[in-house]
Each structure stands twice: as C-alpha cells, then as structure tokens.
Design a protein around this ligand. Structure first.
Ligand SMILES: [Zn+2]
Length: 183
C-alpha cells in the first residue's frame, strides 16, 4: 500500500524517483517531504528455563491460535536487547536477561528483519496476557512444531535445538525468501 498523503503537511503525494535517488518514493510536491519506507525490525527472545524454552500462543491476529516466541516490533529509542526483553514481559509476563544474539533473519519479500536473542528467565513465573492465550515451557519433543506462527520463528527454533544437541550455540544469519518460507 503506497503512502498517499504527506506525513508532514497532509497534501496528497506523488510516487516518483527523487533527484539523486534510484527508487520510487512517496514525494510531497507541496512541502518537498520524501517518505522513505524501510524494513521493520522484529526482536524477541528464546527464553530458557532449565531444559525448556518459553512459547506463547497468540491471542491476537495475525496467526491467532498459533504458537510463537515472545517477539515484536522494535520501538524507537530502545535497543534491540531492551525490545526483546520488553516483548517477553509484555507477551508472557516473564522477566529475563539476555545471554547472546542467536538468529538474524532477513525476509526481504515482506520487508522484515528478525533479531532473536537467547535469554535466561529470572524464574519460572509467567502468565497469559492480552496478546497470549497460553504461555508455557517446551522442550524439543513437546514443542508444537506444526502450530508455529511464523517462518522465522520456526527456523530459529530448529537451529536452536540443533545447537543444543551439539552443545554449542552460535549466531545464525539466514534469509527467508517467498519461495522457501513454507518449507
Ligand atoms: Zn508535505
């Protein structure tokens, strides 16, 4: 959906390539403002407690009823680690501390970048929230693999349990394309 009105003055915008640029943008010919659209960053946690990790069942669209890691859009004026911990608190009422970055996943066809951290839960205290109808701890065998909400989350979970079996965690940098996202 292209942007139709200027964010600065409300005048209807035109789509054109600004001077010195090479991509079409939403340009205001009244005040000159150019509305750049860039990918969104989604941050979240693989939050560990003993041999398990925390998952949330989505109580909201998109993908209502499917399971996911606590994750959401990074806000302005916060670091990616702060955002990941905030989402864990908002979606699962769970306090955690960051261990390390775990996965960085580009999804260019939907303009998203996921940055997920491994984290340590402060205790086994968590609960449902406005965004999550169920919250629980799962290991590889109990995890609802066929009911994971998003491709980037599923890929990260697969990499996580691969690493866990090997006994060493590393950073996984990957790309999900339109043609591979359902595989
Ligand atoms: Zn304007």
């Amino acid at each position: 959906m292209p942007i139709k009105y200027c964010n600065q003055c409300g005048t209807p915008t035109v789509i054109k390539i600004p001077h010195g640029d090479n991509l079409p943008r939403s340009v205001c010919e009244s005040c000159g403002f150019i509305q750049y659209e860039n990918p969104k960053v989604i941050v979240g946690c693989i939050a560990e407690w003993e041999d398990k990790i925390l998952l949330c069942k989505r109580a909201i669209e998109p993908r209502l009823g499917y399971w996911t890691l606590p994750a959401g859009f990074l806000e302005n004026n916060e670091t990616s680690q702060e955002g990941a911990l905030r989402e864990t608190l908002e979606e699962a009422n769970a306090k955690a501390t960051i261990i390390d970055a775990f996965s960085l996943i580009d999804i260019p066809h939907i303009n998203q970048i996921y940055l997920l951290y491994r984290a340590q839960l402060a205790n086994a205290s968590f609960s449902t929230t406005f965004e999550s109808s169920e919250v629980g701890l799962f290991d590889e065998t109990t995890l609802p693999w066929d009911e994971i909400a998003f491709a980037a989350i599923k890929k990260s979970l697969e990499r996580y349990f691969d690493d866990k079996r090997k006994g060493i965690f590393s950073l996984h940098v990957e790309t999900i394309n339109a043609s591979t996202q359902n595989k």
